[in-house]
Design a protein. Structure first.
Ligand SMILES: [Zn+2]
Ligand SMILES: [Zn+2]
Length: 117
């Protein structure tokens, strides 16, 4: 009987030479937040895009926080029924104008998302 083996590493490159033959009992863990994944590539995505990323986008209506700007925009559309029009400006910032469904309007600044896909 062998237990579950979890490899912890803080950087994805630490896994690249790792060869695992018995995949059933192996999981790949993030040493920073202790999340574990069954597949190396999933962990790799976590390390590159997910882990340590502080939520940078706050919904100003319900104070919920999001890591990505496009998720915030989606949240506002789905949850608050708010249509958001992106106005691309010069410089690193996008200023989004928001019209609240009640009729009042407010302006929300949304920083440009680097890995927006
Ligand atoms: Zn992590
Ligand atoms: Zn909200």
């Amino acid at each position: 009987m062998s237990g579950l083996v979890i490899f912890y590493a803080s950087d994805f490159t630490q896994y690249t030479q790792l060869k695992v033959f018995n995949h059933e009992n192996v999981r790949y863990g993030c040493s920073k937040c202790k999340k574990t994944y069954q597949q190396k590539k999933t962990l790799g995505r976590h390390l590159r895009f997910d882990c340590g990323q502080k939520p940078a986008f706050t919904c100003q209506l319900c104070a919920k926080q999001f890591k990505h700007g496009y998720i915030l925009l989606k949240h506002m559309r789905n949850t608050h029924d708010i249509f958001i029009q992106k106005l691309r400006q010069r410089g690193p910032k996008i200023v989004s104008t928001v019209t609240v469904s009640s009729g009042s309007s407010t302006t929300i600044q949304v920083k440009e998302e680097d890995n927006d896909d």
